[in-house]
Design a protein around this ligand. Structure first.
Ligand code: GLN
Length: 275
């Protein structure tokens, strides 16, 4: 069998996924350990039975609803590659909206940044990469996630610090100029209505924001006086219906002159900030 034929087989096997052609290509590149440039000039090359078996196994997992990110073991975010494990939420394109907002605000200023609930590290690492004068710390409850985040930082050529802590129950004991977070924000009751890919495969503790989805925003706002320097900025990713509630929480801190929001490319409220 040549690569081109394997592509057809894979596409058939995962025909119910979001984008069978593109996903089949990624599976082939992963099974063959080649990049897109190499893949594009190799379509008539013969593939070994081992590769075929491996690729078909990956397609089978995809067919059963597992997100491609976990099958490949990585995902792309802000043009960089991030390794994943089962303790890590797959980076979403929507989150680039939060990162771009923060990067544009920071520019080349020399600031300390804390990314709360970092998972793969994608937010903190992107800020470190694009804002060379920042000093980035990432925080997560999962040691397993932090190990991968540190590896992702190294692979993407940036240096970050990490803190392993449960933000709901611990003191950070340090202040930062910028706090950024994409915390779990789905209402507990809503989780069971999400698509299989999310509810059956992604880490529950990266999704569940409690009964009203706001538990992490409330806690972070409560401790802001202890973790945010005067004149600092906070920026959150939010669920599409959480803007008013999160703006109100920021207002109640009395720490910000300017509170506002940003929409994502689909036109949904996605970022709330205070500065
Ligand atoms: N945006 C994610 C989703 O809907 C949720 C991420 C989060 O809770 N922070 O799957």
């Amino acid at each position: 069998m040549v690569i081109y034929e394997l592509l057809n087989e894979l596409e058939k096997a995962i025909q119910n996924s979001d984008n069978p052609h593109f996903e089949a290509e990624l599976i082939i590149m992963s099974a063959l350990k080649i990049d897109r440039a190499k893949y594009l000039i190799s379509k008539n090359d013969t593939v070994s039975d081992d590769t075929i078996n491996q690729a078909m196994k990956m397609a089978k997992r995809r067919q059963l609803g597992e997100p491609l990110g976990y099958i490949l073991g990585n995902a792309e975010f802000m043009g960089m590659e991030f390794l994943l494990n089962s303790d890590i939420l797959i980076p979403r394109p929507d989150t680039e909206c939060l990162v771009e907002f923060v990067i544009n605000r920071i520019g080349d200023k020399k600031l300390s940044v804390l990314d709360i609930g970092t998972g793969s590290g994608c937010i903190g690492i992107s800020i470190a990469k694009f804002c060379k004068n920042t000093d980035v710390t990432v925080l997560d409850i999962s040691k397993n996630a932090l190990d991968t985040a540190m590896e992702n930082a190294k692979n993407n050529g940036v240096r970050i610090d990490c803190i392993c802590a449960d933000i709901l129950n611990s003191d950070i004991g340090k202040k930062f100029d910028v706090i950024v977070s994409n915390p779990p924000y789905i209402k507990t009751d809503v989780i069971k209505t999400l698509q299989t890919e999310v509810k059956d495969f992604e880490p529950m503790r990266a999704l569940d924001g409690g009964r009203d989805g706001l538990i992490f925003y409330r806690r972070i706002c409560d401790i802001l006086p202890q973790i945010l320097n005067n004149g600092g900025m906070v920026a959150f990713e939010i669920g599409y219906d959480e803007r008013c509630a999160v703006e109100e929480l920021l207002k109640q801190t009395g720490m910000f002159k300017n509170i506002g929001s940003q929409k994502d490319l689909a036109g949904n409220d996605r970022v709330v900030y205070g500065m």
